[in-house]
Design a protein around this ligand. Structure first.
Ligand SMILES: [Zn+2]
Length: 83
């Protein structure tokens, strides 16, 4: 795997993270123990309304107009070609 070559426009950092919001997690409530603890079943996750951003892990600067892995890939490759 090649290094992605990200360089933050704000702080020059090189660590990049995928930041996802809008993920819905839902779990069946299956029981209640005698000491009052709720028992949950397996967790399910819905990504239907998820939003993605790609941002610097050091200062949280976000790459503008990049919301999918395909767009991120294009952005990173385009930046490399420019260098
Ligand atoms: Zn940064």
């Amino acid at each position: 795997m090649e290094n992605h070559g990200f360089e933050c426009a704000e702080c020059g950092g090189s660590r990049l993270e995928e930041y996802m919001t809008g993920v819905v997690v839902y779990t069946e409530v299956v029981g209640l123990s005698s000491d009052g603890h709720i028992e949950l079943g397996d967790q399910d996750t819905s990504y239907d309304d998820a939003d993605f951003e790609y941002r610097c892990m050091d200062c949280t600067w976000t790459i503008p107009n990049v919301f999918t892995q395909v767009e991120l890939s294009e952005y990173l490759r385009e930046k490399k070609w420019r260098d």
